[in-house]
Design a protein around this ligand. Structure first.
Ligand SMILES: [Fe+2]
Length: 408
């Protein structure tokens, strides 16, 4: 992201600094690529290293198994949280793992309760908000998020999820993408100094950063405070609950380029053309060995005879994962795909619309498809959440057969 600052901090880096109230502060550097990449400097009134305890956080079933025998998949995520108003569930501890590999892990949660403090030490997260409203409270301040937001939270950011007015807004439904390493705006959208270029689908004006500073109430500021931490490497994920001798929300000021931010799919400006534009047109984020696209409503291609649903494609280098969050899915109409469905179209399998959708798409004028896509460069494996809501008839919906071959 670009430079932001808030609160109090010294005119120079790496000097002692007292707040206007005379409190001593302690500088913390949070930086990527060692000391050479994007970074922010935070000024704490406590010592950010003051650990007093650590114990194991049981992450539940985070095992993964191959997508074998090879087939496209459809997962009905709402079945994982059947009541839709989950009592006592939070965004951090109750994610159900859908898909994953060493580069990225995708999960889903329906939450109505404030999460514990949390930090992902494996990589950045991008969370897509299907519905509900929440405050993401962090050491950088608060980001208010709601339906249609993509939320990027940098690695090691201590934060918690606070659902807002669940009675009115409903529970928070969140599609969680945890990267290994960093998730960033693709270089093709940025100048060499990091400004959005003309023609980029979003601009700085669409990016919402934290509001703050956010300081813990005095009655808990000096109390021992737990932080749930994910750590490890890739799919080798571990959980710990570490305890500090004070509340980590003690940052009186910070500046830098690294912080949580959100943008909404409604602000994404799609490029349309005489003939169909390829999916990279819709890319908005990239991680290590994966990309993120926002498919948003658009005027359709206007050329003579132009098909307006994706031609059949074999993404030989990518597994493709679509999360359909609203609208209509013309290409896969009639196949059982609904809201909060996930499809997995793996490499080594050619996919596209149904025959009728392909032919009927000519002359249509507006797409209402709304989907959040992750394409991975390495094969994805299947988690317990996906197995619990797998639509075993989906692989055969192109051919119109509703039952699998007897030999499976
Ligand atoms: Fe595709």
């Amino acid at each position: 992201m670009y430079y932001r600052s808030m609160g109090e901090f010294p005119a120079s880096r790496h000097v002692t600094f007292q707040t206007s109230e005379g409190r001593e502060t302690f500088e913390e550097f949070i930086g990527e690529e060692g000391f050479s990449g994007t970074a922010s400097h935070l000024y704490h009134v406590g010592i950010p290293a003051n650990l007093v305890d650590s114990r194991t956080w049981d992450l539940g079933d985070v095992s993964l198994q191959p997508n074998a025998s090879l087939r496209p998949r459809h997962f009905r995520l709402p079945e994982l949280f059947p009541s839709g108003t989950e009592q006592g569930k939070d965004v951090v501890r109750h994610r159900r793992l859908v898909l994953g590999n060493a580069d990225v892990r995708i999960s889903y949660v329906v939450a109505d309760t404030t999460s514990p403090l949390y930090s992902n030490g494996i990589g950045d997260e991008v969370i897509y908000i299907e519905s509900g409203v929440a405050d993401i409270e962090s050491v950088f301040g608060t980001v208010r998020v709601g339906q249609g937001d993509n939320v990027v939270i940098p690695r090691v950011t201590i934060h918690r999820w606070v659902p807002v007015d669940v009675d009115t807004n409903g529970p928070l439904k969140a599609y969680c993408v945890e990267g290994t390493g960093h998730i960033e705006i693709p270089a093709k959208y940025l100048t060499r100094f990091g400004q959005f270029v003309e023609g980029a689908p979003l601009t700085e004006r669409n990016m919402r950063g934290p509001v703050g500073p956010l300081l813990a109430p005095t009655d808990v500021a000096d109390q021992d405070t737990e932080v749930y931490v994910k750590h490890g490497s890739g799919a080798d994920v571990h959980g710990s609950v570490v305890v500090y001798d004070h509340h980590p929300f003690d940052v009186v000021g910070w500046d830098g380029y690294l912080y949580p931010y959100a943008f909404n799919y409604r602000d994404f400006s799609p490029v349309t053309g005489k003939i169909l534009q390829p999916p990279p047109t819709y890319q908005i984020l990239q991680g290590h060995n994966f990309v993120v696209c926002n498919f948003v409503p658009r005027m359709l291609e206007y050329g003579q005879g132009a098909i307006t649903v994706p031609y059949y494609h074999s993404n030989v280098d990518a597994d493709e994962v679509m999360f359909y969050y609203a609208g209509e899915t013309a290409a896969r109409k009639g196949t059982g795909i609904g809201n909060a469905s996930v499809s997995l179209h793996p490499a080594a399998y050619t996919h596209g619309p149904t025959r009728q959708a392909y032919l009927n798409s000519v002359g249509a004028d507006e797409s209402k498809e709304m989907a959040f896509m992750v394409d991975t460069m390495n094969t994805l494996q299947i988690g317990e959440g996906a197995l619990a809501c797998d639509d075993d008839k989906y692989p055969w919906t192109w051919a119109g057969r509703r039952t699998p071959h007897p030999e499976g």
